[in-house]
Design a protein around this ligand. Structure first.
Ligand code: SF4
Length: 320
């Protein structure tokens, strides 16, 4: 794990001054060595570098960019659990991540509130509402937890009879695949009565490696559905060619593109914003080059809405 910007700069042959780095960012710098090794040395605009480099632009105060852009803090009926959409709840399984993505919509989330001691209340909440059929493990990143803790979580979800699906959202399989190799966890997932979905978070084809491919094969062999969720990021993946390559490479590794999110307007990340109109142009370009199953749904998360809002809606299409 690299937690020093100087160490990263040594690895990728840059000086921090040339890169315009904020050396004391409020959201700490953290990147796994595997991810850092995919960055092209000497390229200051490398799409992976831009995702993890604390830029001085993060200090800009920009209108409409907030600390809680998707209304998480208004949707947690019990600590560590979010209930926004009918039939699904999200358990904040871990307050930690293996990478700190500069665009993260939870970069200001009060993670000190996320504790294992809240889980019993969360499970009681799920038990009491038989409309909940899917539990989503998120965070932070659930793969920041030890294997035994994850297995314990799975066991507790399984005993709630009206839950049929466990969905795991994690960026670890892509950014630190060696940590996501967990034989006992995989065996338990394979034996579970639940439908298991793993949604990985990958924004650029360069993040996908031989190691991620081997890992995804193991999950596929265990009968787990593999999907990807990306964020549309200025300078990182805001071209048709980059997005088409991402979909093709995901598919070659057995993962289907699921969502491409417009940036959540979180304070400190405004420099990543891609406007809706450009998103629309990118989506149309992808449709022309790919079969429908490789075109992710372009969506925005709007606080208080009952589901993710598709970009294709005229109300979004006509906005700047
Ligand atoms: S892995 Fe996900 S939750 Fe963690 S910093 Fe990155 S975007 Fe945020």
């Amino acid at each position: 794990m690299i937690q020093s910007i100087n160490e990263l700069c040594d690895l990728i042959k840059h000086s921090p001054a040339d890169l315009g780095v904020d050396k004391n960012p409020s959201f700490a710098f953290k990147v796994p060595r595997h991810f850092a090794q995919q960055i092209e040395p000497g390229n200051p605009t490398d799409p992976l570098l831009l995702q993890i480099l604390p830029s001085l632009q993060e200090q800009e105060q920009v209108l409409n960019f907030h600390t809680d852009p998707v209304g998480d803090l208004k949707a947690n009926p019990v600590e560590s659990l979010l209930h926004k959409y009918q039939g699904r709840v999200l358990l904040m399984a871990s307050p930690k991540c293996d990478i700190h993505c500069r665009y993260c919509f939870r970069r200001h989330f009060p993670y000190q509130q996320v504790k294992k001691t809240h889980w019993q209340d969360a499970f009681q909440y799920i038990q009491n509402d038989d409309s909940i059929h899917e539990v989503i493990l998120s965070g932070g990143d659930p793969y920041a937890l030890a294997e035994a803790v994850l297995i314990d979580l799975l066991t507790q979800v399984e005993v709630i009879s009206h839950v049929s699906t466990l969905r795991i959202h994690s960026r670890t399989p892509v950014v630190m695949p060696e940590k996501a190799v967990r034989p006992n966890w995989l065996k338990r997932l394979q034996a579970s009565r639940l439908n298991i979905v793993l949604v990985v978070h990958c924004n650029h084809a360069n993040e996908l490696t031989a190691e991620s491919h081997v890992l995804f094969q193991q999950y596929q062999q265990a009968g787990i559905t593999l999907l990807n969720q990306s964020v549309l990021l200025s300078g990182v993946n805001d071209s048709v060619e980059t997005l088409v390559n991402l979909s093709k490479k995901l598919f070659s590794q057995g993962v289907l593109p699921y969502y491409c999110h417009l940036l959540d307007k979180v304070a400190g990340a405004s420099h990543f914003e891609v406007k809706n109109r450009q998103g629309w142009v990118l989506l149309e370009g992808m449709k022309q080059q790919l079969p429908g199953y490789l075109v992710p749904k372009f969506v925005a998360e709007i606080a208080g809405e009952p589901y993710k809002t598709p970009l294709a809606l005229p109300s979004l299409k006509n906005k700047p």
